[in-house]
Ligand binder design. Structure first.
Ligand SMILES: [Zn+2]
Length: 417
């Protein structure tokens, strides 16, 4: 399976200039190829093949006066940029035909130099890891890397990312064998809440990360400051950078926290069951802030990715399932409960329920039943929800599961932090 490992990199001023030039060339090649495909469509011609496009927008273009500067950068990232366009088209067609799950994907759009995130991909031909720890990029040079952890194998590609906060990252893709953990008996249902982040069917509670509120307050202050600056002024540019930095801080903090929570759950349980919440629908409503804060979609994605890697199962219970109406003791359906009702007593058996804990127990039971009733019996690890293989975001998160060799310490062979 493919995993992604990200590290901060620190290019010199000269390297930053070379990278900026390469970002620009990759963007122009992408846009030229997109324009050529759109023109072919307009003219009723078949889509130009990848190799023909490459000849047109790279090889031949270099020989023209308007595009001669394409020769000043490495060719590898330019070719990868065309591959990205192919992927964008494939995603669009798969989305239209229903082969691709998730939200609809639109037609590829032209890239702008104002895009917040700039990326470049290098394949094996375009980069090397030096024995002195530097990352060699063709036509850029040896770039300093902050190795927050070691790579488990030789990477097959690296993507250089310039984020809106002006930071550079190298994101390596590494092919590794799944690292299945020894089986455990525990299974857990999770109710994603609003007063707390989540309640688990075993009674444990994951609290909302308050530190995110603090970070978000700072972000809002920076945004207010930005709106007061005159358009086009130097101070406005400075304020915009400050907002981007605050954004990056919130995102990093949230991701770090989510990694810690999901790793703990995957380490301790064999199967995890969640409700299929319509996160996108919720996010549009008035609960917006807390939903975004909570990052439920990311929480679920991380659980799924880690389950696939470590031989665990994630099951999704359909969201029409009335998890907060059923009594988890006797199965009586007690009727809808408004959000403010945190506790209720079952009208049939008289048990007093904590709303979220009761829901988590119902989700566990429904998930287990789904799994047993599924064709072929219990789902194989990690395949409960089929989805497109996606590299797992790891590497800069020290809270991640320890690798083989460090797992003997925990009870039942499960790694302890
Ligand atoms: Zn009951």
């Amino acid at each position: 399976m493919h995993l992604r490992y990200s590290y901060r990199i620190y290019p010199t001023a000269g390297q930053r200039a070379s990278l900026a030039r390469t970002f620009g060339c990759a963007r122009v090649v992408y846009n030229d190829a997109l324009a050529a495909r759109k023109q072919a469509r307009k003219d009723g011609l078949p889509y130009p093949k990848g190799t023909d496009l490459q000849k047109l927008v790279i090889t031949a273009a270099k020989k023209t006066a308007e595009r001669a500067w394409l020769a000043s950068v490495g060719v590898d990232p330019l070719i990868q940029s065309l591959r990205d366009l192919d992927t964008a088209y494939r995603n669009f067609f798969d989305s239209v035909s229903g082969r691709r799950r998730g939200r609809p994907v639109g037609l590829p759009r032209f890239k702008s130099k104002r895009d917040a995130r700039q990326t470049l991909r290098f394949t094996r031909n375009g980069f090397r890891l030096r024995s002195n720890g530097k990352l060699y990029l063709a036509k850029i040079g040896d770039v300093r890397v902050k190795w927050s952890r070691s790579l488990p194998a030789d990477p097959s590609s690296v993507t250089i990312v310039l984020d809106p906060a002006g930071r550079y990252h190298a994101s390596f893709v590494v092919d590794v064998e799944p690292d299945h953990l020894p089986e455990v008996d525990a299974e857990v249902g999770i109710d994603l809440g609003l007063t707390t982040y989540a309640v688990l069917s075993d009674g444990s509670v994951i609290d909302n990360p308050r530190f995110l509120r603090t970070a978000e307050r700072k972000l809002k202050a920076a945004q207010r400051e930005l709106s007061r600056k005159a358009k086009g002024s130097k101070n406005r540019a400075k304020a915009r950078r400050k907002v981007a930095k605050a954004h990056a801080k919130v995102a990093d903090t949230r991701m770090d926290w989510l990694h810690k929570q999901t790793t703990k759950i995957i380490r301790e349980t064999q199967a995890v069951y969640l409700e299929d919440l319509n996160v996108r629908g919720l996010a549009r409503g008035r609960l917006a802030t807390s939903v975004h804060d909570a990052g439920w979609a990311t929480f679920r994605r991380l659980l799924e990715e880690k389950a696939a890697r470590f031989g665990r199962t994630v099951g999704i219970v359909h969201r029409a399932f009335p998890s907060s109406q059923l009594c988890s003791e006797c199965g009586h359906r007690d009727g809808p409960k408004p959000l403010h009702v945190r506790e209720w007593t079952c009208g049939a058996c008289g048990v007093l329920h904590d709303r979220d804990l009761n829901a988590a127990r119902n989700i566990l039971a429904a998930g287990q039943a789904d799994r047993l009733n599924a064709p072929g019996g219990p789902a194989r690890p990690g395949v409960a929800i089929p989805r497109r293989a996606r590299p797992v975001e790891r590497g800069t998160h020290l809270g991640d599961l320890p690798r083989t060799g460090t797992r003997a310490a925990g009870a039942g062979g499960i790694p302890v932090p």
